[in-house]
Design a protein around this ligand. Structure first.
Ligand SMILES: Nc1ncnc2c1ncn2[C@@H]1O[C@H](COP(=O)(O)OP(=O)(O)OP(=O)(O)O)[C@@H](O)[C@H]1O
Length: 594
């Protein structure tokens, strides 16, 4: 206890002397200053920021300090003895006597007067500003002697009254020493306990931060401040904080600076309202995950996709029906099975369901079924390992893209997994349109289909919704005008008709590519029929099976792309078969076509 550092602030000089006199042998490092209110506060603030453990003071000054510093403030109380001394003195003095002060002091004085049958009136003031007026009135009523604390006595003397100061006696000062030691011991014990927790936080190899309601950071451990805060998007953090404060616990994964970050959060009651605690740990690198056949769709891209899909205006009733259904599946815990030909917008709709709904802030984990590595499936279906993948998904979405590409063993593994688990995340699946036929002929696990297809969303091919070709084309013309700095204003009617006659095996995806080429080719304000025919004739050759007439212009990489696209078409877009035919691994194929 030797080294408890105490600053005593005495509102009057006599108290300073007494404190110093009593301090000897008290096992404290004591400093005493004289100062009332603001002056006292100044001393206290300096001391609190330079290592003082405890402050001792009295009356209004003690109260003011208590409200402004973070270290304990012990008050020297006005004891019964103190009261008795000054009242005895005042009683013997000729003239009318009144006691003026705060409620606590006045109540004590009144009790003493009653016991000793003293006729001394008492007046309570709420705060310092009321003192002057009370004293004025007392003077008018003929009072001459005012008993009170430093502020009251000073005011009384200003008005020509006689002030009797309620001084603190030895007992009160000694009691304050005793209390200071007790409080210090308690404070130290707390500091030791919390100090340990604090050290742990400082050393954590994960970022821990606390945010308040206004999304202001109120705490951040060194890992957070150095490794995360410099590149973490504050807008994204703000959204997560809001979500934590309204929804409670929260898990997500964020892709930032080439890494996947696992984020978890929970609300915490704080002294000035609720706080949000965030823990952000580094997970796999983005490429590591991609090479296994999975990726995390960045929220920005997802929100954009959801917006595009939300704005789709279709003249086709099947498409409109699909969009309405997608909208209604948004915030439901149902596995959604989206089927349709290659390039019909299955993934776009999956993103619309996820990013357009309340799950939007949570992760959208996309798994390329035909390309997923053995290791990824192992991670996915093995309970000990899937924490790595699913641990931070919370109420996110797992999107199984092109599930038709899944081998028999993986289908069974997944069906078993679904049998045993009901995770918080949502499954969305995409497949070719003939999947039902395949389940009937035993080509695809019926069990898996019925587990995952709680609701279905069949998408029409572009051939079946020719009425939308013009609208989509204009959308893409606009997009590629911006990208290539062109000013194409539309399509000639004949050009549109040519587009409507085309077979569109690659659907919207293919239409997008055709429009891109046509915009680049366009010489005038409108895309002419000739320009469309030119683009389509090369496309047709690429999509007609059997006799590819290859365009050998361009770089090796471009030629390779054409070959891969051709073989993909011939294999009904089945990536597993395509990879086998080309003699490359599925991962290599996937890398090449991304
Ligand atoms: N209604 C639409 N409006 C505008 N663009 C669309 C629409 N539907 C799809 N697209 C675009 O068409 C392309 C193909 O869409 P998407 O990748 O979602 O199709 P998919 O059916 O999932 O393809 P795959 O069969 O290869 O998995 C994307 O560029 C997408 O943005």
């Amino acid at each position: 206890m030797m080294d408890v550092k105490v600053l005593a602030i005495a509102p009057y000089e006599g108290l300073k002397e007494m404190i110093l006199g009593l301090a000897e042998g008290q096992d404290m490092e004591l400093r005493v200053e004289t100062g009332d209110l603001q002056q006292g506060l100044k001393y206290a603030e300096e001391a609190a920021s330079s290592g003082t453990d405890i402050i001792i003071s009295r009356g209004g000054t003690a109260k003011l300090i208590q409200s402004r510093v973070a270290i304990p403030v012990v008050e020297i109380e006005v004891s019964g003895y103190d009261m008795l001394r000054v009242l005895t003195l005042a009683k013997g003095y000729p003239g009318k006597v009144a006691i003026v002060g705060f409620a606590q002091v006045v109540a004590g004085a009144a009790a003493v007067c009653e016991v000793l049958d003293m006729k001394i009136s008492s007046y309570t003031v709420q705060d310092e500003s009321g003192v002057g007026q009370v004293l004025q009135e007392l003077r008018e009523q003929g009072y001459q002697i005012i008993v009170g604390d430093v502020i009251t006595v000073k005011e009384a003397e200003k008005l020509g009254l006689i002030g009797f100061l309620l001084t603190s006696g030895k007992e009160s000062v000694l009691r304050s020493f005793q209390q200071a030691r007790k409080w210090h011991a308690l404070f130290e014990a707390c500091k030791r306990e919390y100090g340990m927790a604090y050290q742990v936080l400082q050393a954590e190899q994960a970022g821990v931060a606390v945010y308040d309601r206004e999304q202001r950071q109120v705490f951040g451990n060194p890992y957070f401040n150095r490794q995360i805060a410099p590149f973490m998007d504050s807008e994204k953090i703000g959204r997560i904080v809001r979500e934590i404060l309204t929804e409670g616990t929260f898990h997500t994964m964020l892709e930032q600076a080439e890494r996947i970050w696992r984020v978890s959060g929970y609300p915490l009651p704080g002294p000035d309202g609720p706080l949000a605690v965030l823990r952000i740990a580094s997970g796999k690198s983005r490429d590591e995950l991609r090479l296994r056949g999975a990726s995390l769709v960045p929220a920005e891209a997802g929100f954009r996709a959801a917006q595009v899909a939300g704005n789709i205006v279709s003249h086709n009733s099947n498409m409109r029906h699909a969009l309405d259904k997608a909208q209604s599946y948004r915030d439901q815990q149902l596995s959604v099975w989206i089927s349709g030909e290659k390039g019909t917008g299955k993934e776009l709709l999956a993103q619309f369901i996820h990013f357009g709904g309340e799950r939007g802030l949570r992760p959208f984990l996309k798994i390329e079924c035909g390309l997923a590595s053995q290791d990824l499936w192992d991670m996915l279906l093995n309970e000990e390992r899937n924490e790595e993948l699913f641990g931070s998904l919370g109420r996110g979405t797992v999107f199984l893209r092109d599930i038709d590409g899944l081998g028999e063993a993986e289908q069974k593994g997944l069906a078993d997994y679904l049998d045993k688990h009901t995770p918080a995340f949502q499954w969305i699946v995409s497949s070719r349109e003939d999947i039902l036929e395949r389940t009937e002929s035993g080509g695809f696990s019926a069990e898996l289909y019925y587990r995952l297809a709680e609701v279905t969303l069949p998408l029409p091919s572009l051939r079946e919704r020719k009425e939308d070709i013009e609208g989509l084309s204009l959308l893409y013309i606009n997009e590629y005008n911006a990208k290539y700095g062109k000013q194409v204003a539309g399509l000639r009617d004949e050009a549109r008709e040519a587009l409507e006659r085309f077979e569109w095996r690659g659907n919207i995806h293919q239409l997008r590519q055709v429009i891109e080429e046509a915009v680049l080719l366009a010489k005038g304000l409108y895309i002419e029929q000739g320009e469309i025919s030119e683009v389509l004739s090369t496309r047709r050759m690429r999509t007609e099976y059997g006799k590819p007439d290859f365009d050998l212009s361009g770089t090796l990489e471009e030629i390779e792309q054409r070959i891969i696209q051709q073989v993909l078409m011939e294999e009904g877009m089945n990536q597993v078969k395509t990879a086998e035919r080309l003699g490359i691994s599925r991962t290599t194929l996937w890398r090449k076509i991304k």
